[in-house]
Design a protein around this ligand. Structure first.
Ligand code: FE
Length: 136
């Protein structure tokens, strides 16, 4: 079981940029096609911008055409949590970091093979760790 992070709102405000705070802690959504990882194709691992938890591998990233970085699977089943989200008059499934509880984006079941899953994630909620050449 990973250690959970519990920070106060004030602590999160100090630790995050205003954009990160809005998405991760206030469940905001960045405007489509504005995020820095939408067309990002380097090999490596996307981690939580709030706590560094490893979330998605570049190996599962695909071009969904939605304007947000999209993945067909998380790094592991326990790296993210999914939760029903009925806000804004829509039935959606929210994706949260399992370690800090930060809001990452939403989950849909219209993704590509092999899972058919689509994790639609805000770039702002992610940091990227590039894979070292020697690890190939
Ligand atoms: Fe996190």
């Amino acid at each position: 079981m990973k250690s959970k992070i519990n920070k106060s709102e004030e602590e999160w405000r100090k630790a995050l940029t205003p954009e990160e705070f809005h998405v991760l802690r206030e469940k905001g959504t960045e405007r489509p096609f504005t995020g820095k990882y939408v067309d990002h194709k380097k090999k490596g691992t996307y981690v939580c911008a709030g706590c560094g938890n490893e979330l998605f591998s570049s190996d599962t990233k695909f071009d969904s055409g939605t304007g947000w970085p999209s993945f067909w699977a998380p790094v592991s089943e326990d790296s993210v949590n999914r939760k029903p989200d009925n806000s804004l008059g829509m039935r959606r499934t929210e994706v949260l970091c399992s370690r800090c509880g930060g809001h990452l984006g939403h989950f849909f079941d219209d993704g590509p093979k092999p899972t058919g899953h689509r994790f639609c994630i805000n770039s702002v909620a992610l940091h990227f760790k590039e894979q070292k050449e020697s690890a190939e």
